[in-house]
Design a protein around this ligand. Sequence first.
Ligand SMILES: Nc1ncnc2c1ncn2[C@@H]1O[C@H](COP(=O)(O)OP(=O)(O)O)[C@@H](O)[C@H]1O
Ligand SMILES: [Mg+2]
Length: 304
Amino acid sequence: MEPAIEVKELTKVFGDFTAVDRVSFAVQPGEIFGFLGPNGSGKTTTIRMLLGILRPTSGMGRVLGSDIHTQAEAIRPQVGYTSQKFALYDELTMVENLDFYAGVYGVKERARRVAEVVELLGLTGREGERAGELSGGWRQRLALGVALTHRPRLLFLDEPTSGVDPQARRAFWDLIYDLVEAGTTVFVTTHYMDEAEYCGRLGVMYQGRLLALDTPDQLKQQILHGSIWEVAVTPLMSALTALSGVDGVLRVGLFGSRLRVVTKNLSHTAVSLQSALQGLGFGETAVAAAEPTLEDVFVTLVGK
Ligand SMILES: Nc1ncnc2c1ncn2[C@@H]1O[C@H](COP(=O)(O)OP(=O)(O)O)[C@@H](O)[C@H]1O
Ligand SMILES: [Mg+2]
């Protein structure tokens, strides 16, 4: 099957600054593909190139079979997009916003499709509320609805739940899963580590570069195998400071009444960490391997 998205060595340079640096990946139909990275890592710039809004400096890309350099106008009618600065009309109600955008996209049987989207997104009962008066969670949901009116096969969601409370975030992801089950492909960006866990595969972006790409579980296993530790030691705070200076230690944090330590791959064992602590004057210590998180993956990829 042809990939939904395919990019090779995609690059965007602004002046003398490289915002996206030779990024390559493919997204298969039906995937939830995540782009995880901090602000400024090149996520939005990548999406804008894939949508044909921004011209790549170099590299190639195809979206739903169309070339992003030469066939951008064929891409946009087939994809849905929610941007970070999505323009909802605050004075219009939910339904009026949906109807307006359905018109922009030339949706046939507009009223019926709007009713469907209302139902699909669980907006029933709120149809008459003005966009300007909605909470963050409902706004995001409406923005998703707007992006869905023309039944796109591929959705680009740029930080869709940024500023949304965790409960609304969870509900939003339930919706995403429903859409994927119905055959939609999703490309989603986030800087939330917990949210990244919901993606099928995940690209880790940093300073314009794609540092790693795999399922969340594989990323943890391959990148973090044997490098996350829980340390019981007293006194806790001075051990935290002391451990931060030990060779191969990338990060030390508090974890309940223990320390959670991320070490560089294969640089430490439980025994070597314990003897490092003893060498620093901490007597009673217990070190055990711990469950990795995506945040650990990120810290390890990026370094200290
Ligand atoms: N039009 C532009 N001109 C100059 N620099 C830009 C432009 N758009 C984005 N950038 C820069 O490119 C970098 C990546 O931005 P962006 O793709 O928005 O990152 P992200 O979405 O991961 O936060 C940032 O440093 C940003 O300031
Ligand atoms: Mg962005």
